[in-house]
Design a protein around this ligand. Structure first.
Ligand code: C2O
Ligand code: CU
Ligand code: CU
Length: 420
């Protein structure tokens, strides 16, 4: 397939990045030194992507959130050896959404993402919408990642790694340390990805202004939800609208972290006090989870447990030769995900399933928050919590499900579901 025609080429390669002035460190990137290009597919579109590995180690190309057949999903069994390439066909047969892509090689995922391999993957509305949609102008991807540098300011993963998730002391936005964003339009759409190996981000605006969340991992919410802050665990996405009109033009505004750390300062290219933004709103009119769906019995139980190297799902570690679950294509089932506490209390595990966009039915028997009334592929599960998901796989194949703390995943907190 080496010479088959393709629409995009994505090459995993080594590079160097000067995060600090005058000091470069080795990084990995797709088609460049760090991160990768935003791949933009239209709803319903089919593209052929040539993926090539120019690293000195195996990698895979996983399309996180895209409902592709297992054979195109790029899980750990789909390794591409150094110097090799492959053409995969991706069909965007699902609602418009902000997805992403990253490597998934067995026991190397955390390192390769930490070194810089990740990129945005959009499924875009086929028709013009009322939402801001000018890429890079009023529709901007924001990838939040934390990083730890050693005392030589190098991203030395082997030296810095932590088995519970390598957590940094600085944050990057779109791969930039100390970023700044010039805002051109009063109403902005930000497509936010928590691309960290492990940590949660709780994001808010420094001036306390509210924003609207319009989409979750897999597409639009039922209706826009007004929020003051949003928490995203590793791999979760949210699309938010920020209306800068009416803000105090003298007060600097930035996106800050839960503890007030400035993550992304804005530079407004207009006077917000005289600016006007068009409001956008919608309502689906249908219940997101129906009464029948709520009444469905649990048919799959997932128990997340442990920390460090001692992480398991249903008491087991990942075995590439073992199929843990089976589910029929197109048939919805209720998965109950339980995060079993340990003697220390336990820790949060962001649970992710490949090849599906699911619905959250309940959290400990209660309705999920309004901003979880949208399709999801990753869900934050607190220690002791039981989350019910309605899971349907539209395609066939073998798919991973795992904790998206990448070091937990590499330590075996992963299973396989075969969809037939
Ligand atoms: Cu982001 Cu197994 O995936
Ligand atoms: Cu995934
Ligand atoms: Cu975990």
């Amino acid at each position: 397939e080496e010479n088959a025609e393709f629409d995009y080429e994505v090459i995993a390669q080594e590079g160097t990045t000067p995060f600090f002035e005058g000091v470069s460190t080795q990084t990995f990137g797709y088609n460049g030194d760090l991160l990768g290009p935003t791949l933009r597919l239209k709803e319903g579109e089919t593209v052929r992507v040539k993926v090539r590995n120019e690293l000195n180690e195996p990698t895979t190309f996983h399309w996180h959130g895209l409902e592709v057949p297992g054979s195109a999903d790029g899980g750990p069994s789909d390794e591409i050896q150094p110097g090799e390439s492959k053409v995969v066909t991706l069909k965007a047969d699902q609602p418009a959404a902000t997805l992403w892509y990253h490597p998934h090689p067995h026991e190397l995922t955390a390192k390769q993402v930490f070194k810089g391999l990740a990129g945005m993957l959009y499924v875009e509305e086929a028709d013009a919408s009322e939402l801001p949609d000018e890429y890079g102008v009023d529709d901007i991807p924001l990838i939040f990642q934390d990083r730890l540098f050693n005392d030589k300011r190098q991203l030395d993963y082997e030296e810095l790694m932590n088995n519970d998730g390598t957590v940094g002391d600085v944050s990057l936005v779109n791969g930039t340390l100390n970023p700044k964003l010039t805002v051109e339009k009063p109403q902005m759409r930000f497509r936010v990805l928590n691309g960290a190996n492990a940590r949660n981000y709780t994001l808010r605006l420094s001036n306390g202004a509210k924003f609207k969340q319009i989409a979750s991992d897999g597409g639009m919410l039922d209706e826009p939800v007004e929020m003051e802050e949003i928490t995203l665990s590793a791999s979760e996405r949210a699309e938010i609208l920020v209306d800068f009109s009416g803000m105090d033009g003298d007060e600097p505004v930035s996106i800050v972290d839960g503890d007030g750390t400035v993550l992304l300062p804005f530079d407004l290219a207009f006077d917000p006090e005289s600016a006007e933004a068009e409001p956008s709103s919608w309502e689906s009119g249908e219940p997101f989870v129906t009464e029948e769906e709520k009444a469905m019995p649990v048919s799959k139980k997932i128990e997340l447990f442990g920390m460090m190297e001692m992480v398991t799902i249903n008491g087991k570690k990942f075995d590439p030769d073992r199929i843990d679950l089976r589910q029929e294509k197109g048939v919805p089932e209720v998965w109950e995900v339980y995060n079993k506490p340990d003697m220390m209390g336990g820790m949060i595990h962001p649970f992710h399933i490949h090849g599906t966009q699911f619905k959250i039915i309940s959290r400990d028997g209660k309705e999920p928050a309004p901003n979880e009334r949208g399709l999801k592929d990753s869900v934050l599960v607190e220690p002791g919590e039981r989350v019910k998901l309605l899971v349907t796989f539209p395609e066939e194949g073998v798919y991973m499900y795992h904790c998206h703390i990448l070091e937990h995943e590499d330590n075996g907190m992963m299973g396989q579901v075969e969809v037939y």
